[in-house]
Write a protein that binds this ligand. Structure first.
Ligand SMILES: NC(=O)C1=CN([C@@H]2O[C@H](COP(=O)(O)OP(=O)(O)OC[C@H]3O[C@@H](n4cnc5c(N)ncnc54)[C@H](O)[C@@H]3O)[C@@H](O)[C@H]2O)C=CC1
Ligand SMILES: O=C([O-])CC(=O)C(=O)O
Length: 356
């Protein structure tokens, strides 16, 4: 039996945590930290999600809470993090969850993080392109990356906010300005293109999606999304109509969801799945696992463009090697030329946003 005074102290501590006066996330975070230290958090990585209360952010937070590689999970947003944090924190999995609300708490949300995932920003509505989101999302990404440069300059960054083809160059310029830029640590998340490609290809081939790997290179918008159907594993072949159908469906997968949601946003659940798949690969790389290869939009010398999505080998310091594209067929070479034209403009637009 514990002495009554000790038990009372514990109850007081828990109840202060559950009912803090004027729910101040910072204060409740402090209590959580104390509890976590007392119990000894499981070994693992510290992960922050910026935009954690959104359509992607919430299921992403749920899935990261059950990831055994995560010991601490910080949920930051400009709205609704108290509720999302309270909800997720009741899950009986290892990661300790803390919530942070609004710009004044951004720095605290980021201190000590190993991995920062950014799904903050507005999504598309029918009729919009991803580039139409630039006006709002460019500024959001700049602010968040300034916070990263200040509070966790060595963190791996997984950037989801669209238009990825421009937001990744924006982030790079912010980090350069701050003197913290390490190209290996900045990765634009294009995993959903690979996830869709795998799904649509197995529909045609009649295989199990877990057996298939389709590389998707280039960028993350329309014709910049370039599936390399000649390099599908296991090796297989497609008829010309199948290639046209698959390429178009993969390139327009995002729009397919935007239209089906009819004004209620874009892909959130499949994106949360894809983001966790990618984040988990990054964490395994950080842990030192060998042979982890994923597609991502990174600083690159694979083409003449400064950024390009291709397979990268993930390791302790991020994207440690950018792998070559491999042999392309004529159809893919033509697609690559189209992709590069659009990509060049989107990349320049991002760079200019910070430089001017
Ligand atoms: N890379 C990819 O493959 C994909 C990217 N996306 C992009 O992800 C972004 C988010 O999409 P959803 O979650 O559906 O949108 P959403 O609107 O449901 O959620 C966005 C969240 O960001 C928050 N937010 C806004 N400004 C912020 C700031 N300054 N700091 C922190 N948080 C802020 C909002 O409060 C909201 O909770 C969009 O830009 C969308 O286009 C979506 C799907 C796939
Ligand atoms: O299409 C959108 O706007 C969201 C996105 O990037 C995707 O689903 O691939």
């Amino acid at each position: 039996m514990q002495p009554a005074s000790e038990a009372n102290q514990r109850i007081a501590r828990i109840s202060a945590h559950l009912h803090p006066p004027n729910l101040q996330m910072e204060e409740s975070a402090g209590l959580r930290r104390a509890n976590c230290r007392a119990k000894g958090a499981a070994p693992g990585f510290k992960v922050a999600i910026l935009g954690a209360a959104g359509g992607i952010g919430q299921p992403l937070a749920l899935l990261m809470k059950i990831n055994p590689l995560v010991s601490v999970l910080h949920l930051y947003d400009v709205v609704n993090t108290p509720g999302v944090t309270a909800d997720i924190s009741h899950m009986d999995t290892g990661a300790v969850v803390r919530g942070f609300l609004g710009q004044p708490q951004l720095e605290e949300a980021l201190v000590g993080m190993d991995l920062v995932i950014i799904p903050a920003g507005v999504p598309r509505k029918p009729g919009m392109t991803r580039d139409d989101l630039f006006k709002i999302n460019a500024g959001i990404v700049r602010t968040l990356c300034e916070g990263i440069a200040k509070s966790c300059p060595k963190a791996i960054v997984n950037l989801i906010s669209n238009p990825v083809n421009s937001t990744v160059p924006i982030a790079a310029e912010v980090f350069k300005k701050a003197g913290t830029y390490d190209p290996k640590r900045l990765l634009g998340v294009t995993t959903l293109d690979v996830v869709r490609a795998n799904t649509f290809v197995v529909e045609v081939l009649g295989l199990d999606p877990r057996e298939v790997d389709v590389p998707v290179v280039g960028g993350h918008a329309g014709v910049t999304i370039l599936p390399l159907l000649s390099q599908v594993k296991p090796p297989c072949s497609f008829t010309p109509p199948e290639i046209d159908y698959l390429t178009s469906r993969i390139q327009n997968g995002g729009t397919e969801v935007v239209e089906a949601k009819a004004g209620a946003g874009s892909a959130t659940l499949s994106m949360a799945y894809a983001s966790v798949k990618f984040a988990d690969a990054c964490l395994r790389g950080l842990r030192g696992d060998a042979g982890i290869v994923e597609c991502a939009f990174v600083a690159s010398q694979v083409t003449e463009l400064p950024f390009f999505a291709s397979k990268v080998r993930l390791g302790r310091t991020g994207a440690e090697e950018v792998l070559p594209l491999g042999p392309l067929n004529e159809y893919e070479r033509a697609g690559l030329e189209k992709a590069k034209q659009e990509l060049a403009e989107s990349i320049q637009k991002g760079i200019s946003f910070i430089k001017k």
